[in-house]
Design a binder for this molecule. Sequence first.
Ligand code: ZN
Length: 280
Amino acid sequence: MHRERLTDDIFVFTSERYVQVTATVIFTQKGVVVFDTLPFPEETRQMADFIRRSGRGPVRYLILSHSHADHVYGAYLFPEAEIIAHRRCYDLLMRYGQKGLEEARRAEPELTEVTLRFPALWTETDAALRMGNKTIQLYYSPGHTPDLIGAYIQEERTLLASDTMMPVPYVADGDPLQLIDSLHALRQYQAEHLVQGHGDILLRGEIQTHIAANIAYLEKLVEVISHAVEEGTPLERLLRIPPEEFGVSRIALEGLAPQIHQANLLAYYEQSKQHKRKRK
Ligand SMILES: [Zn+2]
């Protein structure tokens, strides 16, 4: 796990064990807010220890950006915190959480000690959390998944975008068109820092460039697949197009970017085929 200080009050933790997933600690005059956790107990425990040593606790709130395992499995290590998420995150965790955890435990015995925690506070519209000297705006940001929320810390001009921003967009559980809208919405913030759900922290000038690149990727994905489905092009032929033609770097995210791209192709191809069938 790697820790980075963004400002005096904001620290970002990046997993060294699972595709550079990030979690953020926000210190306020009225206690601590944590945004997402890390998947393995060992790494989230280091976050909790860091907060304890700072003497600036307790952790009042834990915001879960969405229900994906890699962001929520550490929640039980902040038992004193109330959990905030989108209502759909609650629904998804209730429906699929336990089954997913049991499967994950079989592959990773370390996860045996993990127990799921469910959000007690739900947002459905945009909301603001005022904690001492910090204003944390929560905004709905669907596309990667239908339950995703991000946070903007006004005083620090810091955007916690979660998986709305990744080195390569991931939409296999979501909707690329919705993600395009959510990416456009990120542009209105005059952020100094953008914390992606996975990968490096983006600074000022880089932010707009990376958002534009992700929008371009998704537009190309939608265009190529829509065309292929109209023409009846087989999926195999799409899978043979080199990822670079979509602007995907083979080395991004520890070399996983091409796999993510392939998952996007498969999922959106299936979705588009079903839409086409319904239209007939
Ligand atoms: Zn995710």
